[in-house]
Design a protein around this ligand. Structure first.
Ligand SMILES: NC(=O)c1ccc[n+]([C@@H]2O[C@H](COP(=O)([O-])OP(=O)(O)OC[C@H]3O[C@@H](n4cnc5c(N)ncnc54)[C@H](O)[C@@H]3O)[C@@H](O)[C@H]2O)c1
Length: 332
């Protein structure tokens, strides 16, 4: 039995905390928001995000970041924009060599750096791993069979995450390709936003299948240019996560995209849906792609819709007007 601390008490944090608790570990779930912790304690569940999933009283809840001091494993589930401030807050309390697994998806909006790079810098004594792949919190919390990747340059850290979190319905696959797993998890949000726009415009299954396939090719091209292994993108944190995010109403990126396709501005859609990581990811991806000289036309048009107020139909027309391509390395 291990001591696991989950930072972030939203949908994903609550799902992973209840999973770790069912696995028999001592679990503490932390949030910086006293009202959030008080509501979970009062209701015995996260009523807004995971209704009817019991949060047992033996699962400890805290607003004190010092709770990481006793952890064998810290799981980060705060939104990507809050990773650095959370890492800085926990640093004075973290024991040397503690495994810190980041389960948030995204890239640093200002620099395009991966979250594991930021964690390595801000938590120099931690052993950093990444947990990513096709996973709706709602389904993990209900015990729906789910498979994810754990990536780390530290094979021992990845194995610790696998050993502590795995059960018969939650299987974890290990890889050393942190770049591929993190870029897969971040870039698929931009493609999911585009897939939602496609749905909101009322286009058909053919269009959506093409968008997902070509979107995956864009993710692979950019990922490989940034140091990822191409095969990672056909795995759980590439194609797997893309399928789950582009096809489900659980996905906030897709839901926001649908609203944009139906005529809302991207800012209005984000305001309505809440955290939409794809909105930020498409801007970061465009910047990264320009830096390394890679074409990502779908994500680029998504960026124009979000930040240059280009109407969705005009962006679609621009994509369809591109010269026809031949077969290429990352799937035609
Ligand atoms: N929800 C899912 O199904 C799911 C699945 C896999 C990965 N993820 C990823 O996990 C991350 C969190 O997603 P979520 O759906 O749980 O989000 P959420 O908005 O439901 O919850 C985030 C939680 O983080 C904490 N938090 C919020 N702002 C914070 C801040 N400024 N500083 C510190 N802590 C803060 C709060 O406890 C909040 O409830 C995202 O990067 C998302 O892409 C989510």
């Amino acid at each position: 039995m291990a001591n696991i601390v989950v930072l972030g008490a939203g949908g994903w944090g609550t799902a992973l905390a209840t999973l770790a608790h069912k696995n028999g570990h001592t679990v503490t779930m932390w949030s910086p928001f006293a009202e959030e912790i008080a509501a979970i304690r009062r209701d015995g569940q996260h009523r807004r995000l995971l209704p009817d999933i019991p949060v047992p009283t033996s699962l400890q809840l805290s607003t004190d970041i010092a709770c990481v001091a006793a952890a064998d494993l810290v799981l980060l589930t705060v939104p990507s924009f809050a990773i650095v401030q959370t890492a800085d807050a926990m640093r004075p309390h973290l024991r040397q060599g503690t495994v810190v697994a980041n389960a948030a998806k995204g890239l640093c909006p200002d620099t395009g750096r991966r979250l594991s790079e930021l964690l390595a810098e801000h938590l120099p004594t931690a052993r950093v791993a990444i947990l990513s792949g096709p996973s709706h919190a709602e389904e993990v919390a209900r015990g729906v069979p789910t498979m994810l990747c754990v990536a780390s340059a530290d094979a021992g850290a990845a194995a610790t995450v696998q050993e502590l979190l795995s059960n018969k319905r939650f299987r974890l696959y290990l890889t050393a390709d942190m770049v591929g797993v993190e870029l897969g998890g971040a870039l698929k949000n931009a493609v999911a936003l585009a897939a939602g726009i496609c749905d909101g415009l009322g286009l058909g299954d053919n269009t959506k299948a093409a968008l997902m396939t070509r979107g995956l090719a864009e993710m692979s091209r950019l990922g490989v240019a940034l140091g990822a292994e191409a095969t990672t993108f056909s795995g759980l944190s590439g194609m797997g996560d893309l399928i789950v995010t582009c096809g489900s109403m659980h996905s906030r990126n897709r839901r926001a995209g649908i609203l944009v396709g139906q005529g809302l501005t991207a800012a209005e859609a984000v305001e309505q849906v809440g955290t939409v990581e794809g909105y930020f990811a498409c801007a970061t991806a465009v910047e990264l792609a320009r830096r390394v000289g890679v074409e990502i036309p779908i994500i680029e048009q998504c960026y124009r819709i979000c930040y240059e107020q280009v109407p969705a139909r005009e962006a679609l027309a621009a994509l369809l007007a591109r010269p026809s391509g031949g077969a290429e390395k990352f799937g035609c």
